[in-house]
Unconditional design. Structure first.
Length: 120
């Protein structure tokens, strides 16, 4: 599976995932993606076969549901709860371990196609 970390997620997480052999990029690493509206970013990620990992369920979930109900599809959406994984430096280690385990579990490229999943 391929993963795009939304712009509010530390890009160092993408670096660490790549060091461990995973295909991950962060919006913060790609100037052309920074500041894009959620719907545009969801379209871009789907066109490039990258599921999005985000804390922003409120922003992404309605757009993802709309895409799925109109058969436009998505490459996948991984929602992260701040209650489970604190954003920022204090949640960094736990989030890295969870994302790595998740990517191993869903290793096939198409594993998340047209799915919305909460990271556990």
């Amino acid at each position: 599976m391929r993963l795009l970390l939304d712009e509010h997620i530390d890009p160092t997480l993408a670096e660490r995932l790549r060091e461990r052999g995973h295909d991950a990029i962060a919006v913060a690493e790609r100037p052309e993606l920074r500041g894009l509206p959620d719907d545009v970013l969801l379209d871009w990620s789907s066109a490039h076969g990258l599921a999005i990992a985000t804390y922003d369920a409120r922003g992404f979930l309605p757009t993802a549901v709309e895409r799925l109900t109109t058969d436009r599809g998505i490459a996948g959406l991984v929602l992260i709860s701040e209650r489970t994984y604190a954003s920022g430096p204090r949640g960094y280690g736990a989030l890295l371990r969870a994302l790595e385990a998740f990517m191993k579990q869903h290793a096939a490229k198409e594993a998340l196609t047209d799915r919305v999943i909460w990271l556990r």
